[in-house]
Design a protein around this ligand. Structure first.
Ligand SMILES: [Zn+2]
Length: 128
């Protein structure tokens, strides 16, 4: 790396270390120029921003609970725990449900299954 890029990377890392965004930091400890995730649905899992009730509540003052009765509709709840999406998880290995989401996010079968759930969640949220 040339000197400017090293300096930029150092500054960026410092900013990242001192920023909020603790959810995303679970998955990305270090900044990287080469890394870009361009999936609209999966970025909502990685950032915890988007369709989830907890965000809709914080940003728009909408209801933040899950229709299943859970008080906060988070990405982790939807993907790993919510009974409404149990059928979509039927073919997932049961051990996934015991894991921390940070152990699963870069595993492509989990990513694929999560995107399927998010697509359905988004179309049901738009319909209601
Ligand atoms: Zn739920």
């Amino acid at each position: 790396m040339y000197r400017g890029k090293v300096l930029l990377a150092t500054k960026w890392q410092e900013r990242w270390n001192n920023s909020k965004g603790s959810w995303t930091k679970k998955f990305f400890k270090e900044v990287k120029f080469s890394r870009l995730y361009g999936d609209f649905y999966y970025n909502q899992v990685l950032t915890s921003h988007g369709v989830f009730g907890v965000v809709q509540n914080r940003v728009f003052g909408k209801e933040g609970g899950c229709p299943c009765g859970e008080q906060l509709e988070t990405s982790e709840h939807i993907l790993l725990k919510c009974k409404i999406w149990g059928k979509e998880r039927d073919d997932w290995p049961k051990c996934w449900l015991q894991k921390d989401i940070s152990d699963l996010v870069f595993y492509s079968p989990f990513k694929k299954g999560s995107i399927d759930i998010l697509k359905k969640l988004m179309s049901s949220s738009l319909a209601s």
